[in-house]
Design a protein around this ligand. Structure first.
Ligand SMILES: [Cu+2]
Length: 165
């Protein structure tokens, strides 16, 4: 009888200890929270016709730190997916392809511009028009993030570089 009670008490102790143990071992991701002092200028999204399934974003990213950085992921709450694309000319034809990221050495500049590297914004969650502002987060592997607000502009909507339909 006493033995049974002890077992029950032990079982209860474990049950109550479990939540405390979970609290004791949090899983912080400091690198995902840290803002990296990367400079981002001239950030803009090209306004697309209503119903467009993809938009493109452009900006100048400069790494002023003394450490190399790897841009490995870009997200935006306004889009289901953001890809990093490079443009290249093959056999006289302009092509674009997705890349896993870009590395920026100390002091390096990374240019996203029409006809060159660009951020491909896919699965828009709502229609965007010129003047709208879209939050975006650049993630630098192991270093942190750079959060920014990107304005939608109508410039170039007729396009110097035809893009995804
Ligand atoms: Cu593209």
């Amino acid at each position: 009888m006493i033995a049974t009670r002890l077992v029950l008490a032990a079982a209860l102790a474990v049950a109550f200890a479990a939540p405390a143990a979970a609290k004791w071992h949090p899983k912080p991701k400091p690198s995902r929270m840290t803002e990296v002092p990367v400079s981002v200028t001239d950030a803009w999204i090209r306004e697309a016709p209503p119903g467009a399934s993809a938009l493109a974003a452009y900006m100048l990213v400069v790494n002023p730190t003394k450490k190399g950085l790897s841009l490995t992921r870009v997200t935006s709450p306004s889009f289901g997916e953001v890809q990093m694309h490079v443009s290249e000319v093959k056999d006289g034809m302009a092509h674009m392809k997705q890349v896993p990221g870009f590395t920026l050495g100390p002091g390096a500049r990374l240019v996203f511009k029409p006809g060159g590297n660009h951020l491909m914004l896919l699965k828009p969650k709502k229609a965007l028009k010129a003047g709208d502002v879209v939050p975006m987060v650049l993630e630098f592997d192991g270093a942190g993030v750079r959060s920014l607000q990107v304005k939608v502009l109508s410039q170039g909507i007729t396009g110097d570089t035809p893009h995804h339909p």
